[in-house]
Write a protein that binds this ligand. Sequence first.
Ligand SMILES: Cc1cc2nc3c(=O)[nH]c(=O)nc-3n(C[C@H](O)[C@H](O)[C@H](O)COP(=O)(O)OP(=O)(O)OC[C@H]3O[C@@H](n4cnc5c(N)ncnc54)[C@H](O)[C@@H]3O)c2cc1C
Length: 417
Amino acid sequence: MAGLVHPRTQQSFLWELGKSFALVGAVVLVLQFVLAARLRGITRHFGLDAVLRFHRGMAIFAVVLIVLHPVVLALGGGGWSLLTSVRMPWYIWLGKIALLLLVIQVLAALVRRTVRLSFETWRGLHNQAVVVLALVLIHSWVAGSDLRHRPVQALWLGLFAAAVTTYAYHKVYAPWQGRRRAYRVSAVHRETHNTWTLMLEPPEGSHRFPFLPGQFHFVSLYRGDRYDGEEHPFTISSSPSEHNVLRSTIKASGDFTSTVGNTKPGDRVRVQGPFGRFSHLLHPAETDLVFIAGGIGITPLMSMLRHMRETDADLRVLLLYGNRAEEDIVFREELEAMARPPASRLKVVHVLSDADLGWDGERGYVDQECILRHCGEEVSRKAFYVCGPPPMMDQVSRALRSLGVPADSLHSERFSL
Ligand SMILES: Cc1cc2nc3c(=O)[nH]c(=O)nc-3n(C[C@H](O)[C@H](O)[C@H](O)COP(=O)(O)OP(=O)(O)OC[C@H]3O[C@@H](n4cnc5c(N)ncnc54)[C@H](O)[C@@H]3O)c2cc1C
């Protein structure tokens, strides 16, 4: 656009390139606010996890361009004082501060797990991206020679307005709506020594949102008069055929999830969803399925199994369900009932890595041998749905690839966004 309205230049090629890096970097950066806003029109087609992966990749691309921009300008005639001198106009300082904040943001996202930065601290930092947005707008508006032209100014303001609007929708409007129309916890059921199911009902007179079995939602709990504010993603473990309720089955695995057992019927819950594309209903041509679950990774698969049971689906399912010990198996009785012969088309195989001496089932992990033993030679013709801890998912995906399972027959959900 800038090139079209102002095609001639007296500046060097590198100078123009440096400016283009800034323009393209800023546009890509601004679009990240739209991508991260969980807009249904986007997430419905691609899945939130894929959108967030793309968002991370594009954010890195934008930061690389923006970091290169002053370097290329310096090489293109601006001189190194552009980078080193402290005697700079205020708007160049704003640009430098924005650059520094951006680099900190990206580094924090990349090394969050390695340096054990808590999710909440990281998210607090990430939310400051809106400050960067304001700094980038002011810097580009004053420093950018291409922004002297009306059409480019209009485009620029439009882009930034779109970013601010989607940010406000995501961070202010959607949470406010969720609080206003909060769901209610109608029951809390203990599943195992460390896992609970919360049953949630929409406000009186309204309906819960429609969802596909296997999808997830974001949940924030208000317990007593306390609103934790923390929003966490959990699979909807119930089936969509269950009337007007949502259930989530949650394992104590950290600060927040360890307190889920303290939730009481009557507590209010903010719910946002549904998200995700991990559902057998999106692949109707598949009829011979293998579900592989590790620990609490059973929840999306359970939602699908419940839906199949309630709709009498004509599908054959083998469930390979890995846990540490018998006491960790969630939904054990319900799965046994579902798999009861003669009518059932479900077969359940429990695989325990730390079983008692009395255990006469499978031991170890769901690995290549285990998969082959239960799937037989037809393995590559089946469709696989895998959900569990990251190391297990990596191992299972490798095993399935080496058994010749095509990539489009392998569906997986990672419990990390
Ligand atoms: C799509 C999806 C579906 C999930 N379904 C289930 C389920 O059905 N049952 C279940 O028990 N768990 C589920 N989880 C995992 C659950 O979200 C995390 O275990 C929980 O958020 C951890 O919070 P914590 O404070 O207890 O643990 P922490 O020890 O604070 O966090 C452990 C890790 O969980 C992730 N995490 C923490 N807080 C958040 C947050 N607010 N938003 C996103 N990620 C966060 C981070 O990667 C963090 O490193 C799911 C996760 C995803 C992404």
